[in-house]
Design a protein around this ligand. Structure first.
Ligand SMILES: *Cc1c(COP(=O)(O)O)cnc(C)c1O
Ligand code: SF4
Length: 454
């Protein structure tokens, strides 16, 4: 396929497409009314946002409905289970009032495991004075996640995203400075933390003036244990102009430079789901601009049916990332939330795709680890399959554990070609996984904090 190369010197401005205006996109006007209505049905339950860069430069409109970038950003009928789909379909066909529709949407949403892996409750940190820090998560010893209130959205939404509940009921804006001070306090109380990971939504949705307030507060506080500032972002894929031509692009790059000039590592955790996201001159130029500040770009993505369940594509994507100086980091298993039934790839198949891709790239791209599940007990890596005492097993290990002692210890599950997630696996050779008792104790100590689904 060919892509038009943009002349980005004439700074495009961001145009967002949502449920309210997607019918005005010329390429969408050409689709059947049936397809547009399907999008409305799904889009009333799951979040939907695209933009002019994605629509004009990443989606190949000659390849509908299979185009990966189209499936990634536009709602597809299969993303809702049939019973949920018909519920919303009927609501729309009967022209119910807006708040009736919202009520039905929320009922469906609650059945989609909105807070997987104890995301909400198990990982909320507390200051010594008892203040609960809801804008933060601290699950693994070295790394603390920070959710600035101004980054609870993205330049476009990925249809598989486990953060979808944040996008369907947005939090109120809070004061940037105040939150950064709480973050500093927490980092000072927890000297084991070396990494702060800015996340969201997408932190690169923030204007540089807001983002720099957070960074300045961190840098000025001179926290000796803080070594790495990470930014989890999909901006290179969805809006590379953030680092090229937006009015704050240079000042954003200056913020990155300031971090590295201060002797900290700036780790740009870039989210790329498909090779096609690396196909424009703009993204290549944006990568160059970010790297010039001394930041390193590491890349990660879940493995997704209908989008990227193709070993050759992964191999090409990692190779291209390395060519442009990015470091392949994680291949994830898609989480047990939202449209997992649509995007999910069974663990055994995920492993075989990973193995095929990994074994066909240069060692420089083999920095990548996966497939990895971000499950309640930790990040669980599917190492492979094996036969032990004539029993077929899946071999696993923790890359990160709620208890750091769990890390690296191999363990075994019964071979199961259909299992999509850790909860689907049964222990092999033993009657429990080695971490189960400790995990259950942990949940008992925090009963009110247990997530309803686990
Ligand atoms: C993945 C993850 C991290 C970062 O883990 P690394 O292996 O250091 O990249 C931190 N916190 C949570 C909750 C995570 O899921
Ligand atoms: S950019 Fe990241 S946070 Fe935003 S929708 Fe995509 S996966 Fe989710």
């Amino acid at each position: 396929m060919t892509y038009q190369v943009t002349e980005w010197s004439n700074s495009p401005s961001l145009k967002s497409y949502t449920l309210a205006n997607f019918r005005n996109i010329p390429e969408i006007e050409n689709l059947s009314e049936e397809t547009k209505f399907e999008m409305e049905v799904v889009g009333n339950v799951l979040p939907f946002k695209a933009n002019n860069y994605v629509v004009e430069q990443l989606i190949d409109w000659n390849n509908i409905p299979h185009d990966p970038m189209y499936v990634l950003t536009f709602p597809q009928k299969g993303m809702l289970r049939p019973e949920h789909y018909s519920k919303m379909e009927n609501a729309l066909k009967n022209n119910l009032e807006k708040d009736e529709i919202t009520k039905i949407a929320n009922e469906i949403r609650l059945q989609l495991n909105p807070h997987p892996a104890g995301q909400m409750e198990l990982n909320v940190p507390t200051l010594k004075d008892g203040t609960k820090l809801y804008g933060m998560q601290h699950k693994y010893k070295e790394t603390c996640l920070f959710f600035p209130s101004q980054s609870q959205t993205c330049h476009a939404y990925c249809s598989f995203c486990f953060r979808w509940p944040q996008f369907v009921g947005m939090d109120e804006m809070k004061f940037a400075m105040q939150e950064a001070e709480l973050l500093v306090k927490y980092l000072q109380e927890h000297q084991e933390i070396t990494d702060v990971l800015f996340t969201g939504g997408d932190p690169m949705i923030m204007r540089s003036q807001i983002f720099s307030k957070y960074i300045d507060t961190l840098l000025e506080s001179n926290i000796p244990n803080l070594k790495n500032i990470r930014i989890g972002t999909k901006s290179l894929s969805y809006w590379p102009y953030k680092f090229l031509t937006d009015s704050d692009s240079q000042s954003m790059l200056d913020v990155f430079q300031k971090v590295t000039d201060n002797g900290l590592h700036l780790a740009f955790m870039a989210h790329f789901n498909h090779l096609n996201e690396l196909s424009t001159q703009s993204v290549i130029d944006a990568i160059k601009a970010v790297k010039k500040t001394g930041a390193e770009i590491r890349t990660q993505s879940p493995l997704l049916a209908h989008i990227n369940d193709d070993a050759e594509m992964w191999a090409k994507m990692w190779t291209k990332q390395v060519l442009h100086g990015c470091i392949p980091y994680y291949m994830f298993v898609v989480r047990d939330t939202g449209a997992q039934h649509y995007f999910g790839v069974p663990l055994v198949k995920a492993y075989s795709i990973f193995k095929k891709a990994y074994s066909s790239v240069s060692g420089l791209a083999r920095t990548v680890r996966g497939p990895s599940m971000s499950a309640t007990p930790g990040k669980v890596h599917v190492i492979g399959t094996a036969e032990l005492n004539d029993q077929k097993v899946i071999v696993l290990r923790f890359l990160q554990g709620r208890n750091p002692n769990w890390v690296q210890k191999p363990f075994f599950a019964k071979y199961d070609e259909n299992a999509l997630w850790l909860d689907d696996l049964k222990p092999a050779l033993t009657n429990k996984f080695f971490f189960e008792d400790e995990m259950n104790n942990f949940k008992k100590i925090h009963p009110e904090e247990d997530s309803p689904e686990s």
